[in-house]
Design a protein around this ligand. Sequence first.
Ligand code: ADP
Length: 407
Amino acid sequence: MAASTDPRVLVINSGSSSLKFQLLAPADGTVEATGIVERVGQGQGNAAIEAGERESSFEGPVPDHKEAMKIVERLFGEVGLSLSDDRIRAVGHRVVQGGARYSNPVLIDEQVRWDIHDLGKLAPLHNYAAVDGIDGAQALLPDVPHVAVFDTAFFTALPEAAANYALNREIAKQYRVRRYGAHGTSHQFVSQAVSSHLASQGRDVSDLRQVVMHLGNGASASAVRGGEAVETSMGLTPLEGLVMGTRTGDIDPTIYIHLHRQAGFGPEEIDDILNKRSGMMGMCGMNDFRDITAAVEAGDEAATLAMDVYVHRLRKYLGSYSFVLGSLDVIAFTAGIGENVPMVREKLLTGLERFGIELDLEANAARSKEMRVISTPESEVTVMIVPTDEELSIARQASEVARQLAG
Ligand code: ADP
């Protein structure tokens, strides 16, 4: 538990229609306040904060992310905290798209702000919201460094063979079409946690080969060798790759053209279908795995098929990433589904003994919030569950940039 006088970092995560915030101590991850503003830009919004025993909430219009920050300030006041608190040494902003350029967290100056806005062409749902969140936070906390932590940063060093689409070279260059990935903060945090854990047990981790599965509402897989990402499943946007809560993941791009020609859908409608009305929700009408697993156990046909499609996609990625890596030492699961749904892990990994993967079914079924191994001692591949903590990672990176500035 951090001392009450220890430095704090405010972490801001501006999503397309929400703004999540957390005030925490980067030294040990103690969370002092956490909350969310929801339905930003959608008429009637709502917000809530929790700070230890104290709570507060808000209902009313939240026209944009700048206004959302004012609501955050108000909620802080209502639980006896203040954004003018001089323990707050930095603000860390999660930014989804940093392009090919931003491979590290950076202090947000005019140029960086402009670049984040410009990269909104690649991530319109997220980067414009992030700029508004930054503007709103800078107005309220003008005297502390604001740091952008990019979701794409961990993947800027992907090998060219993995980062390029086989698209016409000139067109790809002109429109900056390449595979940027996403969830990088989580993939980096989890793969580093795995390495440190195994190193502490005396394993040589200099060339450790991992597949990290971040399975939340958004989902992505990465292949990491010796701490460097060599593949990842999200591409130009977070739509590519695994089956997700409401996104298709990989599809034949011609489906887009087919829907346009046959159904007359325009780009906005197709974007909506692929990103918000597909995936698990589109296949079985549910995207919470608590409901989906219960439906599968009850024999529901649509849920069973959706689960089969979900797991089949994971298997294809696990297999292909093992080959990209040349061999496999670790499979690490993280995020809401990765950490909490034994059925997904069991269906994915059963029958892969021939490839050195032996799941310990009892350990897999056990509930815990701790990092843990769920493979048998004989398994050549170590299977782990590693709770992700993107806020802590962002707080630590922002704090480090602030420390370098001060020093
Ligand atoms: P995101 O940050 O992308 O919104 P999360 O990592 O929070 O996603 O994961 C959210 C999803 O995780 C939920 O939609 C639900 O499917 C699943 N989930 C979370 N907790 C549990 C649980 N205890 N049991 C089953 N599924 C869970």
